[in-house]
Design a protein around this ligand. Structure first.
Ligand code: NZQ
Ligand code: ZN
Length: 379
């Protein structure tokens, strides 16, 4: 087992009606609040009104930055940070999925400085402090509600990258499964695919920790039990709650304890597809993970075999991989590039972008020939 540090300062408020505690949580943080949200789902669902009611109850003066897009951009983050800086806000309330909460994390460290947020991603600047961030999660998928990571894309430089800092943990996260009833069928499935991919990235990382493997198996097994039930009953409370809890636990660092690092190569590949064609994050992963396992069926043979045996009670590599493909297909997340409209004619463009992004894992390195092989396995 590797040495590890366990640090997680986020307070989770989980369950029906937890939003009612928002006012009491926000009030001690100061009067001026920057409210960040996405393209409008929060307004359509009525959540925006509930949040505003709480902020008014807290006596807050609210400045709004709406319109964060899925696969969020550093341009929006810089604009929001400029607004927060100009208004002298004391805290940030982010209401949305991973794209909104990730943006808010980086806004929280960019407001106190005078440069673009991208400098953090290039490691040309280090954050010195962060405004307190309160997250109200509306989509179960990324685990951002209880982790220090944020993924942004920069269209100018052609990158979609992750960044992590202990300053970026939300101080509080509110998770009411009922809020996720309105998540459309496709994004519900992509969220399940994403959480399983997070488990697999840590599973295929460097280092051995049997307890982490067992946590990973338990989370995948739970998601595979509840995922299809949820797809058959999108307004089921127990179904939404199980998947929401699975997603949080899948990437709150716990599954990486005792291991050197997760691999994250499939995420790096998926980010290129999102950057080029706006493929939803979870969909990019359900396409690339089976291809990645096929491509690594020799190099990662013992790990794939162990996974198949522990999770499904099967003994073959091909059988294990096809169980994942069957599951993703069952819930309605794509497993081939053609299903998201990407044909062979795009492959050279994708390979060039993968080279430019240096898309590879921490443990399993990838290069040009691997990209070509992976794309042909995923086509
Ligand atoms: O923009 P709005 O109108 O809010 O609509 C969103 C968006 O269209 C909609 N949505 C969210 N909650 C809803 C809802 N629609 C109806 N009802 C609700 N309750 O869903 C769409 C997708 O939202 P988004 O936030 O983009 O999805 P997700 O939570 O999957 O986040 C994806 C982003 O997170 C990054 C991804 O790369 C991607 O940019 N990730 C962040 C990670 C992290 N911070 O740890 C790790 C992940 O691996 C991932 O990379
Ligand atoms: Zn992910």
């Amino acid at each position: 087992m590797e040495n590890f540090k366990a640090y997680n300062p986020t307070t989770l408020h989980f369950g029906k009606g937890v939003i009612d505690n928002l006012a009491a949580t926000v009030k001690p943080l100061g009067r001026k609040v920057l409210l960040v949200y996405g393209k409008g789902s929060v307004k359509r669902s009525g959540l925006y009104d509930k949040v505003m009611e709480q902020l008014i109850k807290a006596g807050a003066e609210v400045f709004e930055f709406g319109g964060i897009k899925p696969n969020p951009t550093v341009t929006d983050v810089d604009k929001a940070a400029a607004l927060g800086r100009e208004k002298g806000v004391d805290s940030i309330v982010a209401v949305g999925g991973g794209s909104v909460i990730d943006s808010a994390k980086i806004i929280s460290i960019t407001i106190p400085v005078a440069h673009s947020a991208w400098k953090f991603y290039e490691y040309k600047a280090r954050p010195v402090k962060a405004l307190p961030l309160i997250a109200v999660l509306t989509l179960a998928a990324t685990g951002t509600e209880m982790n220090p990571f944020a993924v942004l894309q920069n269209e100018e430089t052609g990158h979609k990258d992750g960044y992590g800092s202990d300053l970026c943990f939300p101080r509080h996260s509110f998770l009411d499964p009922e809020v996720t009833y309105t998540v459309p069928r496709d994004y519900t499935a992509y969220g399940i695919a994403d959480l399983i991919a997070h488990c697999l990235e840590n599973y295929f990382g460097a280092g051995e920790c049997t307890l982490s493997d067992r946590f990973i198996n338990a989370i995948i097994a739970d998601a595979m039990e509840w995922g299809p039930k949820l797809m058959n009953n999108l307004n089921g409370y127990d179904e939404r709650a199980a998947i929401m809890y699975d997603a949080t636990m899948a990437l709150n660092l716990m599954t990486g304890y005792g291991k050197a690092r997760g691999d994250w190569g499939v995420h790096a590949l998926g980010h290129v597809l999102s950057l080029l064609y706006d493929v939803p994050h979870g969909a990019s992963l359900s396409i690339m993970f089976p291809a990645w396992m096929k491509h690594h069926s020799e190099k990662a043979a013992s790990r794939i075999l162990k996974l198949g045996k522990d999770l499904f009670g099967v003994t073959g590599i091909d059988e294990t991989i096809s169980r994942f493909e069957q599951f993703f297909t069952l819930i309605g997340s794509p497993v081939r590039l053609s299903q998201v409209g990407i044909g062979d004619d795009k492959f050279e463009e994708i390979v060039r972008a993968m080279i430019h992004s240096k898309a590879e894992g921490n443990h399993f390195k990838l290069g040009e020939e691997d990209y070509r092989a992976l794309l042909s396995l995923a086509k």
